[in-house]
Design a protein around this ligand. Structure first.
Ligand code: CO
Ligand code: ZN
Length: 332
């Protein structure tokens, strides 16, 4: 599965520009599902048919990653940007970003009189090494997007990449499709768009699919680093079963179902309460007249920085939990 994870993290795909990720996933899974389509928003929807009358289960992993959009080109050819998704300025200085065509820019910072001041995003610019404005304009246009540029690293049990949020969720869903040996439920694997800008793809796809239960697969934070937010999640403790984040209170029935499944099959799990952020599950829950919704997360360190770290055992636990859940008829 590590090869799949590596391949997914190396594809360029900020919010709104998920097409290359979509193409890759579609090619890999098309033969393994009953039908696959891309909707008007760009969500990739893969369907595995179940027994007649079986509950409709929607799983969501988002294809997009956070990024930068060129908003202004100055006389010297330096670029200003609008952030796409939640990015904090102090993780940026000296980092590299890459555009769709491979052009690389460096995130530079203006001089500050008081270095102890909190760094503001508008003091940061992208340096593509342009000679002047005309040179820059021959390489980029207003509206072009860039993502962090960092290689995938396999450090044995721990993996590092710039976009495990949420390529790891995409990898988990793809692996579940590959490993499932029975499908008694009606299952929709949805690879969503534009999660990082407000859970937009899951909102529309859930409306169209009208599921009985929705489960998002995403990263969450971890509370196991120096002076962290006080959170119970840690790398290596298993699949995180969400209870709450800023987008939803998980439906008790869904949480119960996931905990019962993990216990029944000796799959390591931990409970998650995330004090920041949201997931596609939040949008699914609020669809139509309401949907039972929950989320399985991979605890990640340094979320939304250029170097996100996850534990491979946790990734496997998420795959195993979903495979076991989906291989039996689900009673809601
Ligand atoms: Co995110
Ligand atoms: Zn995410």
């Amino acid at each position: 599965m590590k090869e799949l994870i590596k391949n997914l993290t190396e594809i360029w795909g900020p919010s709104g520009r998920e097409d290359l990720v979509c193409e890759f996933i579609k090619t890999e899974i098309a033969e393994l599902v009953d039908d696959v389509r891309v909707d008007v928003m760009g969500n990739l929807i893969a369907h595995k048919a179940g027994a007649p009358g079986a509950p409709r289960i929607m799983l969501a992993g988002h294809m997009d990653e956070i990024g930068f959009m060129v908003s202004y080109i100055d006389e010297k050819g330096f670029l200003r940007f609008s952030t796409v998704g939640g990015i904090r300025p102090y993780v940026l200085v000296g980092e590299r970003v890459v555009f769709a065509d491979g052009l690389v820019g460096i995130l530079g910072v203006e001089k500050t009189d008081k270095p102890e001041d909190v760094l503001k995003m508008d003091k940061i610019y992208i340096d593509i090494g342009a000679i002047d404005k005309a040179d820059a304009e021959s390489k980029v246009q207003i509206g072009d997007m860039a993502t962090y540029q960092r290689p995938f690293v396999d450090q044995g049990q721990r993996l590092i990449a710039n976009n495990f949020d949420d390529r790891i969720g995409c990898a988990i869903l793809m692996q579940v499709i590959k490993e499932m040996t029975a499908c008694p439920n009606e299952v929709y694997f949805v690879f969503t768009v534009q999660e990082e800008v407000g859970l937009r793809g899951s909102r529309t796809s859930a409306y169209g699919i009208d599921p009985d239960m929705g489960i998002a697969v995403d990263v969450c934070g971890s509370g196991d680093t120096p002076e962290p937010y006080l959170m119970p999640m840690a790398l290596g403790k298993g699949a995180a079963i969400k209870i709450k984040d800023n987008s939803l209170l998980v439906s008790p029935r869904v949480r119960e179902l996931l905990v019962e499944t993990a216990k029944a099959h000796d799959i390591p799990y931990q409970l998650e309460i995330l004090p920041f952020g949201g997931t596609d599950a939040g949008a699914m829950q609020m669809t139509r007249a309401g949907v039972l919704a929950g989320c399985i997360s991979v605890p990640s360190r340094h979320v939304h920085t250029p170097s996100e770290m996850v534990d491979y055992g946790d990734v496997r636990a998420c795959v195993d939990l979903l495979v076991k859940l989906l291989e039996s008829p689900i009673a809601l």
